[in-house]
Design a protein around this ligand. Structure first.
Ligand SMILES: Nc1nc2c(ncn2[C@@H]2O[C@H](COP(=O)(O)OP(=O)(O)OP(=O)(O)O)[C@@H](O)[C@H]2O)c(=O)[nH]1
Ligand SMILES: [Mg+2]
Length: 694
């Protein structure tokens, strides 16, 4: 029997790294009786951080799913990673939920990845609540954190609770709708009256809440202004509507580790977040007619399900995590993968409790489940009824931004490495690898250094291949600053059939991010029509290989404006070569330069280290773009070249005695200063010569 759709709540947990998402999910599972022992991240015993690499590093690397039942409702909990290198996985997780709990730390407040997951939630128009967690810690402060939330996150954020006590004496929350306190002692939560000393605070924040709710509805606002208050049922109904529409984001208080605020959160999830039925129809495309197609959350409708995560399990092989949007998926059936246009056999299906599968016969709309051993299906694919196909929008993942070259430790492991990487790329859409024929290096690209390190460890553990990671290769690019008009002529006419191609090219820069533009300015057939694509191809091939230092050329406009040909000797190949020769010459005449990736960096450090942190960033050619004190911690935002940030981790650690943290992501490309560019060009030349010798 499939679950009753109105009783399902799919909830995502997202936020910056280490704020307590996994601990919160564990605490929820325990409160609901879904686990009988409360796991701890420190001990590697939580339900949703079960991967050996997660246990070893004590951070979440993957989105994982667990379920529990609360007051007659089924909650599917989607725990997403918050560390910068892995946060992209939260995109997949948030895609399939009906509401998100954005968790923030009660000391640090809004951090880089908080803003990132907030944007993901915006993209999917997700109703959300913000939970200020870890309020039992020293220096944690609900109201100061609230200010940072209201300042830095777009949306109408309003407390729905205020905390009872603070730091070590934090013991519960006051619900501002019911005007009741829920205090927790020894893991047990009980409803009590609001402590006398909190009454004034509670009343004043309730007033703010009522006002905020009223402001989401014109009729309600008129009534509120007239009568000065709102009736309870009206207020409750309007609150639910406002949250669902994203017009209001309630702010809550908690300590996941001490189970404070957990039961009140569960009641709110059940009352305030939409069920899959409330979420309504989902939009897709009919692959036959290419027109829009909708699918209703009806168990009898044709099947439509989306795979949002793929993992490989050493025992069972490939697992696909999916959400059913419409229709019913049955065990032992056949489905159609409309994204890849192939049939898939479905064997066992089930619910997921971390790594454990609970087999079920069927899964209805709104349910989240798992299926093993699909052949061709990858993350983002739609599974549906072949007779009524539909493709749901895919999930967009970021491109990798850093590349490391890797070498096998034992000879002859090259094939094993490439098989392992192919398999891992099926699981992880942010991982890529390719062989660079110029330098004869195998490059593994990921979001950051830790991402690549974890990949290499996995390769060893799961596929039994050991590799050495060499320092990363900065993904420089080449472009020009000036213009040039040049001839490229390729002529070989000695004996037999010759080769003849002759082009005149104009080379010009495009604005940053402009890519490539090819202009055909040939009049009167100086270059015959059928060879114009050959010229463009020759230019493109040459741009891929690079000219200055072997990096791809970007932001370039090339116009073909003259040339000549030979009736017999001209060929596709001859024009490609002529174009490539022309570009090489024109490029070098048009003031070539190198571009380097610039990163957005956010550093948090104890206030007394702020001066050192800023001085050091300046020394790394960084530009400070902002600095915000948050209590005894400062957060410094800067832009700095990737090439200067490779060794940052250890420097920051020693500068701050291990108390600083940072995150970094790609921002844009900028020109490399000339004296540094010379070094890069020289190194590239040496590498190329070395590779040619071997
Ligand atoms: N004092 C205190 N510590 C907490 C609380 N919640 C979590 N922690 C601790 O904070 C650390 C990080 O917790 P996690 O649950 O792994 O945080 P996370 O948000 O899942 O981290 P990532 O998934 O890696 O982004 C662990 O050491 C937890 O024990 C809390 O309410 N109070
Ligand atoms: Mg986690």
């Amino acid at each position: 029997m499939a679950l009753e759709i109105g009783k399902i709540r799919n909830v995502g947990f997202a936020g910056h790294g280490g704020v307590g998402k996994t601990s919160l999910v564990e605490s929820i599972l325990f409160a609901c009786g879904a686990v009988n022992r409360l796991g701890k991240v420190e001990d590697g015993t939580t339900t949703t951080d079960f991967d050996p690499d997660e246990i070893k590093r004590k951070i979440s690397l993957n989105t994982s799913v667990a379920y529990c039942d609360w007051k007659g409702h089924r909650l599917n909990l989607v725990d997403t990673p918050g560390y910068g290198d892995f946060v992209a996985d939260a995109r997949g997780g948030l895609r399939v939920v009906g509401g998100a709990v954005i968790v923030v730390d009660g000391v640090a407040g809004v951090q880089v990845q908080t803003e990132k997951v907030w944007k993901f939630a915006n993209e999917y128009s997700l109703p959300r609540m913000v939970m200020i967690n870890r309020l039992d810690r020293e220096r944690a402060d609900f109201f100061r954190t609230l200010e940072s939330l209201q300042k830095r996150l777009k949306g109408r954020l309003c407390p729905l609770q205020v905390p009872v006590g603070s730091e070590a004496s934090f013991s519960g929350v006051v619900d501002l709708v019911a005007m009741k306190a829920y205090t927790t002692a020894g893991g047990k939560t009980t409803e009590t009256d609001i402590p006398g000393e909190l009454m004034d605070t509670a009343k004043s924040y309730r007033e703010k809440l009522v006002e905020a709710v009223a402001e989401t509805d014109d009729d309600l606002l008129a009534k509120y202004l007239e009568e000065g208050s709102l009736a309870e049922p009206e207020m409750v109904a309007a609150l639910r509507k406002a949250i669902a529409a994203g017009a209001l984001v309630p702010v809550l208080a908690a300590s996941a580790a001490r189970a404070i605020g957990v039961q009140p959160l569960l009641d709110l999830v059940v009352h305030e977040f939409p069920s899959p039925a409330d979420q309504g129809e989902v939009d897709g495309i009919d692959p036959k007619s290419k027109s829009a197609a909708k699918r209703a959350p009806d168990p009898k409708a044709p099947l439509a399900a989306l795979v949002f995560k793929t993992v490989t399990d050493p025992h069972v092989g490939k697992l696909s995590l999916f959400r059913v949007y419409s229709g019913t998926l049955k065990a032992d059936s056949q489905v159609f993968n409309s994204t890849r246009e192939t049939r898939e056999r479905v064997g066992h299906i089930g619910w997921l409790q971390g790594k454990t599968q609970k087999p079920v016969e069927s899964l209805g709309p709104g349910e989240i489940g798992v299926v093993a051993k699909l052949k061709d299906t990858l993350t983002g694919d739609t599974l549906c009824d072949e007779a009524r196909p539909v493709v749901l929008p895919a999930i967009v993942f970021p491109e990798p931004s850093i590349s490391f070259s890797i070498q096998p430790k034992s000879r002859g492991d090259e094939d094993k490495i490439s098989t392992a990487l192919h398999r891992m790329e099926e699981e992880d859409p942010t991982l890529h690898h390719h062989f660079d024929p110029e330098t004869k290096q195998l490059l593994v690209s990921g979001i950051g250094q830790l991402h690549v390190e974890v990949t290499v460890e996995r390769m060893k553990r799961k596929y039994n291949v050991d590799v050495t990671v060499l320092p990363p290769r900065i993904p420089y690019k080449e472009t020009v600053k000036g213009r040039a008009e040049v001839q490229g002529k390729y002529k070989k006419q000695t004996g037999g059939r010759g080769q003849y191609g002759d082009v005149w090219l104009k080379v010009e820069p495009l604005q940053r991010g402009g890519g490539f533009e090819f202009v055909d300015d040939i009049f009167g057939g100086a270059v015959p029509r059928n060879y114009i694509p050959s010229v463009e191809k020759g230019v493109r091939e040459c741009m891929k290989r690079g000219i200055l230092a072997g990096y791809p050329i970007v932001d370039l406009k090339v116009s073909l404006y003259d040339g000549s040909y030979h009736d017999v000797d001209s060929s596709d190949m001859a024009f490609q070569i002529a174009a490539s020769m022309g570009l090489q010459k024109g490029f070098m005449e048009a003031r070539p330069c190198l571009l380097e990736p610039i990163m957005n960096v956010e550093v948090t450090a104890p206030a007394e280290n702020a001066g050192d942190v800023i001085g050091d960033l300046n020394g790394r050619r960084g530009r400070i773009v902002g600095m915000e004190p948050e209590g005894e911690i400062v957060s410094v935002r800067a832009q700095a070249p990737m090439a200067e940030m490779l060794t940052y981790e250890s420097t920051l650690r020693s500068m701050t005695g291990g108390r600083g943290g940072y995150s970094m992501e790609f921002s844009h490309y900028e020109e490399v200063p000339a004296h540094l560019a010379e070094k890069v060009v020289a190194t590239a030349k040496a590498e190329k010569e070395k590779a040619e010798k071997h």
